[in-house]
Ligand binder design. Sequence first.
Ligand code: GLN
Length: 488
Amino acid sequence: MFSLTEAQTLLKSGEISSRELVSACLERISALDGTIHAFLHVDAERALKQAEKADKRRKSKESDLPSLLGIPLAVKDVLTVEGMPCTCGSKILEGYLPPFTATVVKKLQAAGAIVIGKTNTDEFAMGSSTENSAYGVTRNPWDIDRVPGGSSGGSAAAVAAGFVPAALGTDTGGSVRQPASFCGVTGLKPTYGRASRYGLVAYGSSLDCVGAFGQSAADVAAVFSIYNGRDPLDATTQDVPAAQISLETEAGSSLKGIRIGVPKEYFIAGIQPEVEEKVRAAIQKMSDLGAEIREVSLPHTEYALPVYYLIAPAEASANLARFDGVRYGPRVSGETMWDVFTKTRGEKFGDEVTRRIMLGTYALSAGYYDAFYGQAQKARTLIKRDFEQAFREVDAVACPVAPTTAFKIGAHGDDPLAMYLEDVFTLPANLAGVPGLAFPVGFDAAGLPVGMQLMGKHFNEATLFRLARAYQQATEWHMMKPTMDGGR
Ligand code: GLN
């Protein structure tokens, strides 16, 4: 399967048509997605029709063809696409057909992209493995006994398996970067407020970001350049010029003049030795390419996990109040209105979502608010200040994405805390609102991809892309593909 940038070139030169490209994706999905289960919904007919239209348009000799014309994409099932169901991986939205399309998707469609289907996710994006989906787990294309990461595991697996050249995900605490790392693909969490959340079903409103997956930094940059920017329908999008990142034209790969900080708090006991080894080797490679490497300190890192697991559930408890069996999705009947609410919510929400709603409601309740939510917000400010301090000295921070490579399905069984620990290295970026980019830097002894994360200054995704691009021009980890023969 072609990468996004390859597909762009081949479509432009006329070597392939969009119809051929979309058909190849659909064939691969029907051959292999029975095993991987990356998709919750695929609309082959609609995709093929749009592909034909794209081909016609390309032949029309129109001068300024949009950059993604005829390129198939997948969208995580927490973003709305008119005409396609939106379940958020939950039974409470089973059969819900949203009447509108998320701004980010609209922008991609306006640039010619074709949404081929919706991908699996942990219920309401709560999780780190895609095991919390009410519609079954997604499997990691590198080893089908392992999780793809989460919560955007469907999108990450779809790109890794070669079902689509790129996909959208969302990242509230790591849900693009961690599955990108587990599946050996490149994934971006942009700056908070960089891209519209209109049409994204809210989880943690002060943390949620729409991100993208592709094979390489160039692929992800091509998608991000289209969907980012201010949206009058989302007041939290910032009024800054939209990022237009073109890595294709960037000549040479010297990193001279770029300072990379290595935070000592991210190389802690308990991290899988091969993860540390590969990430350190990648940092060395960037040094060989001309970057200056320095140690930095993000002293409040240890508070990120407790702070996140107060703030995210608190916001989730408020956001999920709207799912009551009246406005969206199915309804469980009852004697009274309250009966309908409690029965619908009690039966249709899964265990993890219920746990978060209870935790969040408790943390926000009168008498506890100051002790929990108020304190968490103060600690959040300290975490944000750590980054501001570090970014006075360096242009980017380099560290692992997750402490381990992909774990076995069921490994964290009934232990939510063990699952939460998977996010220690990704949560801080969401709390601080800074961008993060994950990409593969090697494999462990079991043949599983190891990912590295770069975090940058607010609104400076460009530096992260430049670093990853230079690294990817000098290495081949991002080109490796799983054999998909059931093993590795
Ligand atoms: N794993 C984290 C959580 O469960 C992050 C999820 C996300 O980024 N959507 O909340």
